[in-house]
Design a protein around this ligand. Structure first.
Ligand code: WTA
Length: 630
């Protein structure tokens, strides 16, 4: 794939992508391996949401990772795996070895009856087998849905049931910092509520005792022991589903974002190559978990399609101490390092002492993803980790976009603190006001939409196409609505301002306020609740819950119970940071909760609460202010 090499080249490519998107994308697509080429590059309709890229072409993404790379890179390291405990040895897996392991596991999947189109859930820790599981699904044409291993059994069961999965791939347990976390028991509990799962394959990682159900549960090592190291790949159509990934929105339960084979392949590789400016012998590390889209696109698919060496880390940044990230950078001589602002802020809080024994000299590019990076964290990261001479790529994108949309290209686009900066060639962002009028020119602020499809745009939400139309394509006619606010500054650089809907971003994890409220409401003594985000020094946003209860228990008891309910229903990442017990919630006369007021109180911003006189219950505002949990 041709790489963008200079700023003038960037502008040239951008112009071409606007004028003639089909030529622009087909040139990129030419560098991949196809079993059959496309008849037409693009056919699209943003009203019915029917988007076809590379129509009628046939391919398999794993052939583009393996067969396409093996000749030149068979002995090159594909994955370096760093275990949770630094005294355990890392593992280096070459492209050839990864290919063989993927083939063996693909055969195992087929032997258990998995075929093209079947849904397979991956609920695993950060071990190479998680990547192998994804690739093996792709090889046999099964649709994987990775569920972050920190989610509760209820969240897992909801996802299994929503996509009617046939199989779960999991592990006995998970090492995370100083803890050993049970994983298989969570699957067992989830499966009590699921009827579609026929088999469970369990990887041995922690060697803790787990119950294996005869006929349903199998050990990973037994499944592959007899399988050959070759496996014919399934022929897929460009638009055949590659994976489903569940993510939160403003309403209801998480939705299954669907990505298709060809478009996702092209876009994840194109963006990886260009944003990080990866060179052949570089060692690249993204600290995300494969349970999120960042792990899909920038630990597994993007880097492996480009023949890169990608590092996978099982542990956490604070174990055995807060130098861990920097020790890993030096240990493997990492060239590109990609992490989230929340991790930067958490490490920044420990000062420079944890860095004193690290050289970090290998770093060429540093990156940020998942939430807006505040200027203070940007400078700390840039000055102390990048030593002032590494380009910092602040990459804006979403589960639904499949890959990076707005970002500097490392070393090419001039850096501007806290600005995601410019769209990649092929991406046409527009800023609209609340009526959908496009705001042209610089120095404007509004809602961020994209007016033209790109190859890895969300195709549907699994099992409910109307929901996809309503969520992303109905707010503004003829455009994809991102849910984010944005400002274009006087230089034309974009700065993402955060969500404008009821989605909150806690430590880079997306959560719907309604989802957390529903979990809180499961406590039998809760009558009603309202959840909002508030600024949090480390997490970006914290979760603030206002709760009306009908209980004789003490407030402290009930608050602790509410936290436990949320942990049980969603998982620890969604537990409220602050809970305020209230007698009522501010509501409009039509019964709608005035979240604006709740957000202001939670943010300690009582100055301008706006007109509260039209509320159904204006008195409650004073009570809420007086009792605010700050
Ligand atoms: C936010 C993660 C500002 C944004 C890849 C988006 C960001 C949501 C950035 C998607 C960034 C992601 N600057 N905000 N560089 N990157 N976001 O689906 O609000 O987990 O809509 O995808 O994260 O979160 P998701």
């Amino acid at each position: 794939m041709q790489r963008i090499k200079s700023l003038s080249d960037y502008f040239k490519k951008y112009e071409l992508s606007e004028k003639d998107p089909e030529s622009f994308w087909s040139e990129i697509a030419e560098s991949f391996t196809w079993k059959k080429k496309w008849d037409k590059v693009l056919d699209w309709d943003f009203e019915k949401v029917n988007i076809n890229w590379f129509q009628n072409a046939k391919l398999n993404i794993t052939e583009n990772i393996f067969e396409r790379n093996l000749k030149e890179r068979g002995d090159k390291t594909a994955i370096i795996w760093e275990p949770n405990d630094p005294s355990e040895s890392p593992i280096h897996i070459t492209y050839k070895e990864l290919y063989e392991e993927t083939c063996r596991f693909s055969n195992a999947l087929r032997a258990k009856g998995i075929k093209k189109g079947d849904r397979v859930i991956i609920y695993m820790p950060m071990v190479p087998e998680a990547a192998i599981a994804m690739l093996a699904c792709a090889r046999v044409g099964a649709v994987h849905s990775v569920v972050f291993a920190g989610f509760s059994s209820t969240s897992l069961a909801d996802r299994i049931n929503d996509c009617q999965a046939k199989m779960v791939l999991t592990s006995d347990g998970n090492f995370r910092g100083s803890k050993t976390i049970p994983v298989k028991p969570v699957v067992d509990e989830a499966l009590e509520k699921c009827s579609t799962i026929e088999s469970v394959i369990v990887l041995e990682r922690t060697k803790q005792n787990v119950e294996m159900i005869n006929g349903r549960d199998h050990w990973w090592h037994d499944c592959i022991s007899e399988e050959p190291k070759v496996c014919e790949s399934e022929v897929l159509d460009s638009e055949d589903m590659l994976f489903i990934l569940y993510t939160s929105g403003s309403t209801g339960k998480p939705k299954g974002v669907v990505h298709s084979s060809a478009g996702y392949m092209i876009y994840s590789a194109y963006t990886f190559q260009n944003v990080f400016q990866y060179d052949e012998n570089d060692i690249y590390w993204c600290t995300a978990d494969v349970g999120w889209i960042t792990g899909h696109s920038y630990i597994v698919y993007g880097p492996l399609l480009c023949g890169a060496t990608t590092v996978m880390f099982e542990g956490v940044p604070t174990f055995p101490n807060v130098s861990r990230f920097w020790d890993i950078v030096d240990k493997f001589k990492i060239n590109q390092f990609y992490t989230a602002p929340t991790a930067i802020r958490a490490l920044q809080a420990h000062g420079l002492e944890p860095l004193k024994n690290n050289s970090l000299d290998s770093l060429k590019v540093i990156g940020s993803v998942g939430e807006p990076i505040n200027e203070e964290a940007w400078h700390w990261y840039h000055d102390n980790i990048g030593k002032g001479n590494c380009p910092l790529v602040d990459t804006w994108w979403q589960t639904e976009t499949g890959g990076i949309m707005i970002s500097a290209l490392a070393g090419i686009t001039p850096n501007k603190p806290a600005h995601a900066s410019l769209p990649l060639p092929g991406i046409l962002p527009v800023i609209v006001d609340s009526e959908g009028n496009e705001l042209l020119g610089n120095n404007v602020q509004g809602n961020l939409c994209i007016k033209f499809p790109w190859p890895s745009i969300v195709r549907t939400t699994y099992g409910d196409h109307q929901r996809c139309i309503n969520t992303y394509f109905s707010n503004y006619k003829g455009m994809y609505f991102t849910g984010d606010g944005v400002k274009r500054d006087h230089d034309g650089y974009l700065r993402i301002l955060g969500r404008v809907d009821d989605v909150i971003n806690v430590s880079g994890h997306r959560m719907g306020t309604a989802e957390v409220e529903n979990a809180i409401n499961e406590h039998e003594e809760v009558i009603e609740s309202a959840v909002v985000g508030y600024p949090h020094d480390i997490k970006g946003e914290g979760i603030y819950a206002y709760v009306i209860i009908n209980s004789k228990s003490s407030d402290d008891t009930i608050k602790a119970e509410i936290v436990n309910v949320v942990r049980r229903v969603i998982g620890p990442i969604a537990k409220p940071d602050k809970i305020q017990i209230v007698s009522g919630l501010p509501k409009t006369r039509s019964g709608k909760i005035m979240r604006r007021i709740l957000r202001k109180v939670a943010s300690n911003d009582f100055g301008n609460l706006g007109d509260t006189s039209t509320l159904l219950n204006p008195d409650v505002v004073e009570e809420i202010i007086n009792g605010a949990s700050l």
